[in-house]
Design a protein around this ligand. Structure first.
Ligand SMILES: CC(=O)N[C@H]1[C@@H](OP(=O)(O)OP(=O)(O)OC[C@H]2O[C@@H](n3ccc(=O)[nH]c3=O)[C@H](O)[C@@H]2O)O[C@H](CO)[C@@H](O)[C@@H]1O[C@H](C)C(=O)N[C@@H](C)C(=O)N[C@H](CCC(=O)O)C(=O)O
Ligand SMILES: Nc1ncnc2c1ncn2[C@@H]1O[C@H](COP(=O)(O)OP(=O)(O)OP(=O)(O)O)[C@@H](O)[C@H]1O
Length: 514
């Protein structure tokens, strides 16, 4: 990585420009910092240290011992002997100073950013898949599953957050640029806006996929209005916008886009026959050609000549699910705005798969097993209703749990989706955190219509999977929902090893069919 630094003058100028600087304590005007960090355990010599979040004063003391020579915080630390930049908002200050420290890498990347309650990861994989062809493998990816910064094996790793903390974000962008990447496809969570991880960042293309109730609770958003507000910020900060015209709250979303973007640069798409709830022309419509488990083919047609871009054509996907056609259209338009041709998209999409999304396992003597990351009402409903259409005479058996400490509305959502689409449910654990998984299962159960669904409770997830597969008959489908390819269970603050749903399912099937 190129040699980076940040001077006291740069810091004060940026903070003043953005009205964030309250005061400077123990000022040293000629100071220069060679590193930035928000974690005392990662501090080295000449580091500018950020005190944020659930912070303890002793972290700053350890940071100083490790070599920190300046700090940024919302409160002065009277025990500290090093200069302090006291600010009104530490997260905003950290994002702005992080971008400056890493030399504004965003200016050297064409950035596509997806938001939405569902489909971010899938669409991001689709767009990157297409752009890898267009850019000759020079497209980076920041997704919930993994981050890919360059061609070396060590530049591909599991993500901790959907959207990284600002210092990590700009660090990783810098590494991507230094590794020759020209494009970046990223997911932006509502939390990223809530916590100002992406403060000051502008995207070349921003996409709004959909919004439904989720992520509302103690550690996330206080209300749905706050969740929507955070998500809308993505469009406010995008040069060009793409909007799924079928989404709820379309008017709010369109208005947010229009606040900063010329309507000519706002692209709407919808499934053929769907009439948007606002009077704005749809630029692209799509229609299924084949929509089953073996074949996912659809066409896209340009409706609005004025839109400039034309991505009309016939496309094929490796991932079934009618909702994935919607995700793919967003990805195709986004890649098109980044320079991809229709042929690039047609050639690459048939090979793009997403770990933990719509993975299947066929068995000889039992039902077909699906592993899928669906984990709120909208996604479980979308998945199960698609599967029901495919297997109209089959029993639908679902293994599912809801997380502790977050996404409380999912409990009711799962109960509702199961009542509408399932025959048998095995309620189990999924990241119970500091809550009792049996109490969470009981909450889901409260919302299940027992005239429609037979409910079993087995908190041990591998046992629940075994019971569900064992009880299935060849024509049944068994859906292992919500965990995708997660290799852990979050229990009492610890990521406890879990072999993944697919590994458990394969083991069960091997035992049953040996
Ligand atoms: C609510 C929230 O945004 N929390 C994030 C935040 O926590 P925090 O700032 O309070 O950090 P903390 O871990 O309590 O520690 C406080 C500070 O002390 C520092 N520290 C700590 C220990 C020490 O010895 N020395 C030290 O300096 C830490 O580095 C940190 O800066 O910053 C941490 C990184 O610095 C994140 O890991 C953490 O994400 C939590 C774990 C999380 O899971 N967040 C979820 C809700 C989230 O953001 N999810 C979205 C996806 C959801 C969606 O789709 O909307 C995401 O983008 O991933
Ligand atoms: N457009 C969509 N509408 C409804 N459900 C969808 C849609 N796209 C995907 N899903 C379902 O949601 C699940 C998660 O999809 P994906 O990982 O792409 O979404 P995400 O927005 O990244 O989710 P998260 O924020 O939870 O990480 C899929 O496994 C699928 O069951």
């Amino acid at each position: 990585m190129m040699k980076l630094h940040l001077s006291a003058l740069q810091i004060t100028t940026i903070l003043r420009e953005h009205h964030l600087l309250k005061t400077i304590v123990k000022s040293v005007t000629e100071a220069t910092y060679q590193n930035v960090s928000y974690d005392s355990r990662a501090v080295t010599a000449d580091t500018l240290f950020f005190c944020k979040g659930n912070f303890k004063p002793e972290y700053l003391a350890s940071a100083v011992t490790a070599g920190a020579t300046g700090y940024v915080a919302e409160q002065e630390n009277l025990a500290a002997t090093i200069p302090g930049y006291i600010v009104t908002d530490i997260q905003k200050a950290m994002a702005l100073l992080g971008a400056a420290f890493y030399g504004y890498p965003q200016d050297e990347l064409f950035i596509i950013a997806f938001t939405g309650t569902k489909g971010k990861t899938t669409s991001a994989y689709f767009s990157r898949g297409i752009l890898q062809q267009t850019t000759n493998k020079h497209t980076a990816l920041f997704s919930t599953i993994d981050r890919i910064l360059g061609p070396k094996p060590e530049q591909e790793f599991k993500s901790d957050l959907t959207t990284p903390e600002s210092l990590n974000l700009f660090h990783d962008m810098r590494e991507a640029v230094d590794s020759g990447m020209t494009h970046l496809v990223m997911e932006v969570s509502s939390q990223a806006y809530k916590k100002n991880r992406v403060y000051g960042l502008t995207y070349d293309v921003g996409i709004f996929l959909n919004i439904s109730p989720d992520h509302i609770g103690r550690n996330e958003h206080p209300t749905f209005a706050d969740y929507l507000h955070c998500k809308l910020q993505l469009l406010v900060n995008s040069r060009k916008c793409i909007i799924n015209a079928e989404t709820d709250y379309l008017e709010d979303i369109y208005m947010a886009a229009k606040a900063t973007t010329d309507p000519e640069d706002i692209y709407l798409y919808a499934r053929k026959g769907v009439k948007p709830t606002i009077n704005v022309p749809v630029d692209f419509e799509f229609a299924s050609q084949e929509d089953n488990l073996k074949d996912a083919k659809f066409t896209v047609k340009r409706l609005n000549e004025a839109s400039g871009l034309d991505v009309s054509g016939e496309y094929q996907l490796a991932l079934p699910g009618d909702y994935n056609e919607n995700n793919a259209v967003a990805a195709i338009i986004a890649a098109g705005l980044a320079g991809a041709s229709v042929t690039d998209a047609q050639a690459t999409l048939p090979d793009v798969t997403v770990p933990g999304r719509f993975e299947s396992l066929t068995t000889a003597t039992h039902g077909t097993v699906f592993v899928d990351y669906a984990h709120n009402y909208a996604s479980v409903k979308a998945l199960l209703s698609f599967l029901r259409k495919q297997y109209n005479d089959s029993r639908v058996i679902v293994v599912v749990g809801s997380p502790g400490d977050k996404g409380i509305s999912r409990r009711e959502g799962f109960g509702k989706a199961l009542s509408e689409e399932a025959d048998v449910a095995y309620l189990t654990s999924d990241d119970p955190g500091f809550e009792d998984p049996a109490a969470i299962a009981a909450k889901i159960d409260e919302h299940i219509d027992h005239d429609k669904v037979t409910v079993h409770v087995e908190i041990d997830r591998p046992k629940a999977i075994k019971q569900a597969i064992s009880a299935s008959r060849p024509n049944d489908i068994v859906v292992l929902a919500a965990k995708g390819e997660d290799p852990y269970q979050k229990i009492q603050g610890v990521d406890t090893h879990y072999p993944t749903d697919m590994v458990v399912a394969k083991k069960v099937v091997a035992e049953l069919e040996q």
